[in-house]
Write a protein that binds this ligand. Structure first.
Ligand SMILES: Nc1nc2c(ncn2[C@@H]2O[C@H](COP(=O)(O)OP(=O)(O)OP(=O)(O)O)[C@@H](O)[C@H]2O)c(=O)[nH]1
Ligand SMILES: [Mg+2]
Length: 568
């Protein structure tokens, strides 16, 4: 029988090794301190929940890896210990439902934010009791306190863990995109219902009648999950779950989960964690146990009302810490960036909608080895490579995270600094999947984000990719109609149009970055401008006169206008 369950995609080998080591662990006490530390540390590094199942003799029977909000439980156990990264140890209704359904005799949650731990277990009269222990108690008490095995009502072996979803979208484009997102998140899509929204219902998002239809349809399909292609308020989410009896996930949570699973670098992980905490914070307000969910698997955490204020303070504190740590990393990167600027190597940035083919193009142009796959958000971390242009000149090429319409605002905010810094380059290569029926809308989404970052003045080249898939030239003509910037058509997969692309890049960079030999005269009160020339060009001669400084040198074209009035 399998030992590690759940999605192990993207988990680094050393963490997987650590998880495998837990297999041989013998629990002589309820929760030895080293095990507490080990589980919480792995879970926090992954930003995903982890559950382990233990038998009466203290042997670990399975490990299961979930996402940031829940973890599936594959088979029944004597004791389930699971983590709540970035949350408290409070057990949710859903956690307790595992005891009611007989999947475990006892359950315990280890959260990042609490010092006491709750254990729920079946008591002598087959009712349920919840006890609180300190870590010290748990490290000393024996497993026997859980009671005799077998008081479980029924046994369920190997439960089906697949999430089978009915999708609810509001237009054709959203439906296709949501399906792709689900595929990326490992959710099986049973069907998609497209609802024409006339007005938003405050309590249910769509009208009551529609929710009942959705409930019936999901029962017929035997779905265990409803995915909405829109952000839902905490109240809407709860109401829909109550009426349908199904677990509900909204678009924002889905995207945040994919990001949490895919982030690899320290910076990427911190950014996602920050976005998740910011998303969670308003959802804690007055929610109490209602945050917990119905359905299978160990569920979302439900911080109790009394601890709410404390949790909120802890989360806020963590947000401040994460923001500081990110600022440090970004400062370090900016220094590298500056160094590059002084080396006069032009910087090109690949951007575009997710799945457009950016990583495939980077791999082709710069012989890199970046993961390119037919999934959304394959790339979350930026990769930079050197590239030689046909003129012999070197440039630096950076791959970045792809965009999608209605990206959760928290995520844009979290990635803003990184994006802005990378996109503030000498040339933006905007890669578009020309074969996608919604390519024009995709271009608009990306342009809106570039504008939002105040970067629209940077030179852009639109790269229509995947033209190998396009046999209808009329479609291409529609795409090319009234384009705001220059373009090329390529196929990164079939390697066509690449020479033309490189020549275009070379031409744009050469006209953009030409250095102009100039003679300036700066009065002493403007002497600080000389440092600009030093930074973005170089000084050949410097002469101090009675009334000012005479400088002979060259500066990048983009700064020459600013210095024009001092030209001689
Ligand atoms: N047919 C065809 N497929 C391509 C082409 N370029 C890329 N692909 C495929 O498109 C899929 C997505 O490619 P990626 O390079 O991962 O796309 P990306 O823009 O980096 O995506 P994100 O990292 O998610 O933003 C992969 O399955 C590629 O093999 C092309 O020119 N033609
Ligand atoms: Mg990519």
């Amino acid at each position: 029988m399998k030992f590690i369950y759940g999605n192990t995609d993207g988990i680094r080998k050393h963490l997987l090794d650590k998880l495998s080591q837990i297999r041989g662990y013998q629990f002589d006490k309820l929760l030895p301190y080293e095990m507490y530390q080990q589980l919480l540390s792995i879970s926090e590094q992954l930003n995903r929940e982890i559950a382990i199942g233990i038998n009466k003799k203290g042997k670990v029977e399975f490990i299961s890896i979930g996402n940031s909000q829940q973890v599936p439980v594959p088979r029944n156990s004597y004791l389930i210990i699971h983590t709540h990264p970035q949350a408290t140890s409070e057990l949710s209704e859903l956690d307790l439902s595992l005891i009611h359904s007989g999947q475990t005799q006892a359950i315990m949650a280890i959260g990042s934010f609490s010092d006491t731990i709750q254990i729920a277990k079946i008591d002598d009269s087959h009712g349920l009791t919840v006890e609180k222990y300190t870590l010290q108690d748990l490290a000393q008490k024996s497993l026997d306190i859980i009671g005799v095995e077998g008081s479980r009502k029924n046994k369920i072996e190997d439960i089906d863990l697949t999430e089978k979803a009915l999708l609810i979208a509001f237009d054709e484009e959203g439906a296709l995109e949501l399906e792709e997102l689900c595929k990326t998140a490992g959710i099986q899509v049973l069907d998609c219902e497209i609802i024409k929204l006339r007005k938003i219902h405050t309590g249910l998002f769509v009208g009551k009648g529609k929710i009942v239809e959705i409930k019936n349809k999901s029962q017929v399909l035997q779905a265990n999950l409803l995915v909405f292609d829109h952000e839902l308020s905490p109240v809407q989410l709860r109401n829909i779950e109550e009426i349908t009896g199904q677990k509900v996930v909204d678009r924002t949570t889905l995207i945040l989960d994919i990001f949490a699973q895919r982030a690899q670098s320290r910076e990427g992980k911190l950014q996602v964690e920050l976005a998740q905490l910011k998303h969670l914070l308003p959802r804690l307000t007055g929610q109490g146990n209602n945050l917990s969910r119905l359905g299978g698997g160990v569920g979302t955490r439900g911080p109790g009302e009394t601890k709410l204020e404390q949790d909120r303070r802890k989360i806020k504190k963590k947000i401040v810490l994460l923001t500081q740590e990110l600022a440090e990393i970004q400062k370090h990167r900016q220094n590298q960036h500056k160094q590059r600027a002084t080396n006069n190597i032009p910087h090109i940035c690949l951007t575009g909608y997710t799945n457009a083919g950016k990583s495939t193009l980077l791999n082709l142009l710069a012989n890199a080895n970046v993961l390119a796959e037919d999934k959304l958000f394959a790339t979350l971390d930026t990769t930079t490579r050197r590239l030689q242009l046909p003129s012999g000149r070197w440039a630096v090429l950076t791959d970045t995270v792809g965009f999608i319409r209605n990206l959760p605002p928290g995520l844009i905010a979290a990635f803003r600094a990184t994006l802005e810094e990378h996109l503030r380059s000498d040339l933006i290569l905007h890669v578009v999947d020309a074969s996608n029926p919604f390519a024009r809308q995709h271009i608009k989404v990306v342009e809106a984000i570039i504008k939002d970052l105040n970067l629209e003045t940077i030179k852009q080249l639109i790269v229509f990719n995947k033209i190998d898939l396009l046999n209808d030239l009329d479609r291409l003509n529609i795409l090319l109609h009234d384009l705001p910037s220059d373009y090329v058509c390529i196929s990164a997969l079939k390697k066509t149009g690449i020479d033309e692309l490189l020549i275009k890049i070379d031409t744009i960079l050469n006209t953009e970055n030409v250095y102009k030999d100039t003679l300036w005269f700066f009065p002493y009160n403007q002497a600080s401008l000389i440092s600009l020339i030093r930074k973005h060009g170089h000084i050949v001669e410097e002469k101090y006169t009675d009334s000012g400084i005479l400088i002979k040198g060259r500066v990048e074209n983009r700064y020459s206008a600013q210095l024009e009035i001092y030209e001689k």
